[in-house]
Design a protein around this ligand. Structure first.
Ligand code: KET
Length: 398
């Protein structure tokens, strides 16, 4: 026996909860745990744009070779344009190295391994709180993970002053992980004006932004949600951007994502691309061809692109409608308590402020599943379960 000494794996706080939900036999159970968009019928949509892209791929036939280490050239180019818009000076300068990755998780981890090797001594700062897996991933890669102030529990908003102060005092060449839009788990984002205020701090302190863009299109729109990427690129900063198509194309299991590293110039970008490739080759070797086919077709095909944009707009509008419904029902059921955060927070998630005991009661007594931190996936609500959810919340808040 070789492995008797292993520590048992406690399970992932998000994925294990989703499994517990699946195993729950109670009818009428409600899944507001994992960050997945469900439609009005409570299903994960198979978007018509994705189906059409797959039909075209099937019709074209052809072999399935290995992709290059860095992934599909068509997808990498399409990702760059999605992030920056066409004809961005950073693209013209050739200073962006982009890899297709195994989901954005794969990109985040490849970037982490790269930083550990080539920027040793630099720690990474993540928001307080952040996606649970950020800490696990970066610590797993051997980086020291610290946090900067972010969420203000008193207001349900942002501790922007405290955040700026902390960033302005970090050791030079620190890495700062930021959510581009639809912050996970709080739903609290920086405004464009606040992003602008951040630029001189990042530049003067020589900080390296590491942007996570997992929910593009769920905030204000596909283009609008790329604002921070474009602003920082325009300012000439170096940065990492890991972006995902899991949510925006509803292709979770395809593992479609990318990592883009913005460098000082084209020569540096070539060096970086080379070492990113080395990192990938000794890890998973190359990414998935099916994911590349879907993403690159949808982003560039003149028929599919507008289809997809309309679908994303529809998903965003449905979540916003659910935010308003939940706010209205809860405000009526629990007078004297302010639920405006459901209206101001953006994207899939809201931080409800429920404590772990209240979250446990929601699950045990009402079969309503939220993450232990009090994070609710608002995208799991629909006309059929929103009142039931509000009543359960009202009961545990009483
Ligand atoms: N970044 C963020 C901020 C994020 O919320 C997720 C997934 C990812 C990256 C990873 O996405 P990928 O599919 O690897 O491109 N979040 C949801 C699912 C999970 O935990 O894996 C969640 O928070 O529920």
């Amino acid at each position: 026996m070789f492995f008797q000494h292993l520590e048992p794996y406690a399970g992932d706080p998000i994925l294990s909860l989703n499994e517990a939900y699946q195993a729950d036999p109670r009818p009428g159970k409600i899944n507001l745990s994992i960050g997945i968009y469900f439609d009005e019928q409570g299903r994960i949509p198979n978007l018509p744009s994705v189906q059409a892209a797959e039909a075209k791929m099937l019709a074209a036939g052809g072999p399935k070779p290995y992709l290059p280490i860095e992934g599909s050239a068509a997808m990498r180019a399409a990702v760059q344009t999605l992030l920056l818009g066409a004809d961005h000076p950073a693209l013209a300068a050739g200073r962006v190295a982009t890899l297709q990755t195994v989901g954005s998780s794969g990109g985040l981890r490849v970037g982490a391994d790269f930083l550990r090797r080539w920027l040793p001594g630099s720690g990474i700062w993540i928001s307080d709180p952040s996606w649970d897996n950020h800490r696990a991933m970066f610590e797993g890669a051997g980086l020291t993970v610290n946090s900067y102030p972010y969420y203000d529990a008193a207001t349900g908003g942002l501790r922007f002053e405290a955040m700026c102060q902390t960033l302005a005092g970090l050791p030079k060449r620190s890495v700062v992980l930021m959510h581009v839009c639809c912050h996970n788990p709080t739903g609290v984002d920086l405004s464009p004006a606040q992003w602008q205020q951040l630029v001189p701090i990042l530049r003067d302190r020589e900080l390296l932004p590491y942007l996570d863009l997992a929910y593009q299109g769920y905030g204000d729109g596909i283009e609008e949600d790329a604002y921070a990427v474009r602003l920082l690129a325009q300012a000439g900063l170096s940065m990492f951007v890991a972006n995902s198509f899991s949510k925006s194309m509803s292709v979770y299991g395809e593992r479609a994502g990318a990592l883009s590293v913005f460098c000082a110039d084209a020569d540096e970008a070539q060096l970086v691309l080379g070492q990113l490739k080395a990192t990938v080759r000794r890890n998973y070797s190359s990414p998935a061809i099916h994911a590349a086919g879907i993403v690159s077709r949808i982003l560039v095909d003149p028929e599919l692109r507008p289809m997809w944009e309309a679908e994303v707009n529809g998903m965003r509008a449905r979540i916003q409608a659910m935010r308003r419904r939940l706010h209205a029902v809860l405000s009526a059921r629990v007078p004297g308590r302010n639920f405006d955060y459901f209206l101001t927070q953006r994207g899939m998630f809201s931080y409800t402020g429920l404590n772990p005991d209240q979250v446990a009661r929601l699950r045990d007594e009402f079969a309503v599943y939220l993450v232990r931190s009090g994070r609710m996936c608002v995208a799991g609500l629909n006309e059929g379960n929103v009142v039931q959810t509000a009543e359960a919340m009202a009961a545990v808040l009483a």
